[in-house]
Write a protein that binds this ligand. Structure first.
Ligand SMILES: [Zn+2]
Length: 450
């Protein structure tokens, strides 16, 4: 790499994840990307007249670990302004009508919530996010208006690598038997709006109790035709299997309560296995939750592990009081597990570091490195983002998270240190630019950081 360096960032530890942890590590940044990564940090710090090229700014983060920027694989940013109560644990079929009520209230300001939510995602240590967005989002004033330029220049805004990477999944709902806008047309609208936002696109059939099998097949076909990623809430509760097989139970009552039930749409005779068999036909699938997937379903999914992942949302899982999550079973079957925050309607913050710490708390025997990989290298590989994110290496984007750890010097394992309850995100860098800095946690700086 011959391009001139712009900046050196050093910390007590760097966790590149494609190699062993680097004590007193240094990342040299040129433009958006990593030009060099090595153990020169301490040497650079101590030399008063070091041989760095003039004009290169050096920033040191004391008592900190730098790791690849985290990836939040599931959230609903439009709910970031959630103002409901947190009475845990609710039943999912009682909680969903509360979300519907909130979305119909004056407190629901989705455009603002998404802007705030993106900032909160960043503050929680993430550089990329998979968001599920309701189908009417085009009307929220988020998308820049074309032609607003006084010179009449209708060029679309260019993607800036120094922005948070967003995979926006358009939500598909059809409780009464068909989608208000058919999936192909909906995806076209979504793609047009996302292009202006610099977001990537995908499809999210909501759940087996709101999307009948016939509609699910249509959505999967559209995903295949457009090589789009698909994500679906699945096996979140045991009641879901009851609804699929009988068409009755708590979810039928919920749909009736929401005036969204129509006879003959969900007539039973299906199983979770039937839903999975349709989903695995998509080019890439994120199965959200999967709390109650059993041995036979895990064995089945294992055959498709090159194109699917499950997304575990540890604190949302805790909020609903589910039985222990089958994390070990998924990992033993080599099914990729990603982590997500879910929305603020089931946990008050959108912090990916908080989710990593929750995994440590709930599954203490899972290795710290494995835990961190779920939110970095594994997520980047599954989402096709591995050339930019997921690892820290020469040529990758300089997108990383700086975690401050009290008493770091006394801790032997930097992976464990990141997961300690008092670790906190102190800065996030996106493609060579400081994108978030926690108050009071600026690095020690020579020169100025643009
Ligand atoms: Zn969700």
């Amino acid at each position: 790499m011959t391009s001139a360096a712009d900046l050196c960032v050093t910390a007590d530890w760097i966790l590149p994840l494609d190699g062993p942890p680097i004590p007193n590590g240094r990342i040299t940044i040129a433009g958006h990307r990593i030009a060099e990564i090595d153990a020169g940090g301490e040497r650079v710090r101590l030399m008063r007249h070091d041989p760095r090229p003039q004009g290169v700014t050096h920033l040191h983060y004391k008592d900190c670990v730098i790791l690849p920027g985290l990836i939040n694989a599931h959230t609903h940013l439009d709910l970031s302004g959630w103002s409901g109560d947190f009475i845990s644990p609710p039943k999912l079929w009682d909680w969903i009508p509360e979300v519907v009520r909130f979305r119909r209230s004056n407190a629901y300001r989705p455009g603002e919530a998404i802007r705030d939510g993106l900032q909160a995602v960043l503050a929680g240590g993430a550089v990329g996010v998979v968001d599920v967005i309701p189908p009417d989002w085009f009307t929220w004033g988020l998308v820049p208006e074309q032609g607003a330029d006084p010179d009449g220049d209708q060029q679309m805004p260019e993607w800036e690598p120094s922005r948070l990477r967003v995979l926006s999944m358009i939500e598909c709902l059809a409780p009464t038997g068909r989608m208000r806008i058919p999936p192909e047309e909906l995806l076209q609208h979504h793609a047009m709006a996302c292009r202006q936002m610099g977001w990537e696109i995908g499809l999210s059939p909501h759940a087996p109790y709101t999307v009948p099998m016939s509609v699910l097949k249509e959505v999967v076909k559209v995903a295949v035709d457009h090589n789009a990623t698909l994500t679906m809430h699945i096996a979140e509760t045991e009641e879901e299997a009851v609804f699929l097989s009988t068409g009755g139970g708590a979810f039928r009552d919920m749909l009736k309560h929401l005036s969204a039930y129509r006879d003959g749409v969900f007539s039973g005779g299906n199983s979770l296995q039937d839903v999975l068999e349709v989903l695995v036909q998509a080019p890439r699938v994120l199965l959200i939750h999967g709390n109650y997937l059993g041995r036979s379903q895990i064995d089945f999914l294992c055959q498709f592990r090159d194109r699917l992942a499950v997304v575990y949302c540890p604190r949302s899982h805790e909020f609903f009081g589910h039985t222990p999550y089958p994390l070990e079973q998924f990992l033993e079957a080599s099914i990729p597990v990603l982590l997500g925050t879910d929305s603020r309607a089931s946990h008050p913050d959108i912090s990916m570091l908080g989710e990593l710490q929750a995994v440590r708390r709930k599954h203490p025997h899972i290795e710290a490195e494995t835990n961190i990989r779920m939110a970095t290298s594994t997520a980047a590989n599954v989402l096709g983002w591995e050339n930019d994110l997921g690892n820290l290496a020469v040529g990758r984007l300089a997108s990383f998270t700086v975690v401050h750890v009290d008493g770091l010097a006394s801790k032997k394992d930097p992976y464990e240190a990141v997961l300690s309850p008092h670790a906190q995100v102190c800065a996030v860098w996106l493609a060579g630019k400081l994108a978030y800095q926690q108050t009071g946690h600026a690095g020690e700086q020579e020169g100025s950081v643009a």
